[in-house]
Design a protein around this ligand. Structure first.
Ligand SMILES: NC(=O)c1ccc[n+]([C@@H]2O[C@H](COP(=O)([O-])OP(=O)(O)OC[C@H]3O[C@@H](n4cnc5c(N)ncnc54)[C@H](O)[C@@H]3O)[C@@H](O)[C@H]2O)c1
Length: 258
């Protein structure tokens, strides 16, 4: 971030990548307002409409002067059941908070950095699920995803959220709000620790971790570095972009697509 002290709100700051983002912002002297289901300035459950409203109202109460940044980082992994809980938090929770904070972000020409995933661009995602997410039909999307698998729930939610950001980045930029996304690869956090122990995803996670081109999995600080850069004035001309922070996995898997 730049030298000026700013106010950044974020979700999912209690553990993992979010905790590293919070720590870096605080270390740079910025003010951080954390929303999480626990250990937060605003305790709220982003899987519910009431919790999302509580999150928005809580941030509004703490920063009525407006926001310089917002990082919707809260998320659940592909191993979480029911799959619709992943959809509710990762897509509808993130989207509701971004949209709900638009006024506060406009007041200070703030910046949004979404936390996507490099799994979002993997091929073969269920088209009907993506259509229902795009249409904003939470009830139907949740009913549909509960008939599918965890990979679709997770990667589809990240793909749809990232597409939403790209579709809306020009209109929001006209209001002075820059939006971008980071797409982390496999990163050591409580989420991946649990997924690596799960029956459904354990083996795939281990194989994925062993195949990262730079020879290691990410650390939360690797992702926080990129988020803090995109929040900063140094990134002032970056808008609507997706920055892969994945040790080279996306380039390895999709060399001709970018
Ligand atoms: N770790 C990875 O390999 C990886 C890779 C790509 C993307 N991501 C994304 O990074 C973000 C952070 O994940 P992480 O790996 O640090 O996991 P994590 O489990 O350590 O952190 C997730 C955070 O979200 C919060 N949260 C979960 N459900 C919530 C709810 N209903 N309401 C409010 N808060 C809730 C948790 O309490 C926690 O603080 C997620 O969006 C995840 O999808 C992670």
């Amino acid at each position: 971030m730049g030298a000026d002290k700013v106010t950044v709100a974020m979700t999912g700051g209690a553990t993992g990548i979010g905790a590293a983002i919070r720590q870096q912002l605080l270390a740079a002297g910025h003010r951080v307002i954390v929303v999480d289901i626990r250990d937060a300035d605003v305790v709220a459950d982003l899987s519910t409409a009431a919790g999302r409203q509580q999150a928005i109202a809580g941030i509004q109460a703490l920063a009525p002067e407006g926001l310089d940044g917002f990082v919707p980082c809260a998320g659940l992994g592909p191993h979480v059941q029911p799959h619709s809980l992943v959809t509710r938090v990762n897509y509808f929770g993130a989207l509701a908070t971004i949209e709900g904070l638009r006024g506060l972000l406009a007041k200070r020409k703030g910046t949004v950095v979404l936390v996507s995933s490099n799994s979002a661009s993997m091929p073969g995602l269920d088209k009907r699920y993506l259509e229902l997410l795009k249409a904003g039909d939470e009830t139907a999307a949740c009913a549909h995803i509960d008939t599918l698998d965890g990979h679709n729930a997770y990667a589809g939610s990240k793909y749809a959220l990232t597409c939403w950001m790209r579709r809306n980045s020009a209109a929001w930029a006209a209001q002075g709000i820059r939006m971008n996304a980071v797409a982390p690869g496999i990163t050591k956090t409580p989420l991946t620790d649990t997924a690596t122990q799960s029956a459904d995803f354990g083996e795939a996670m281990k194989a994925f971790a062993a195949s990262v081109p730079v020879g290691r999995v990410g650390q939360p600080e690797d992702i926080a570095n990129a988020v803090c850069f995109l929040l900063s004035p140094q990134a002032a001309f970056i808008c609507g972009s997706v920055l892969f922070v994945d040790g080279g996995h996306d380039a390895m898997l999709r060399p001709d697509a970018f």
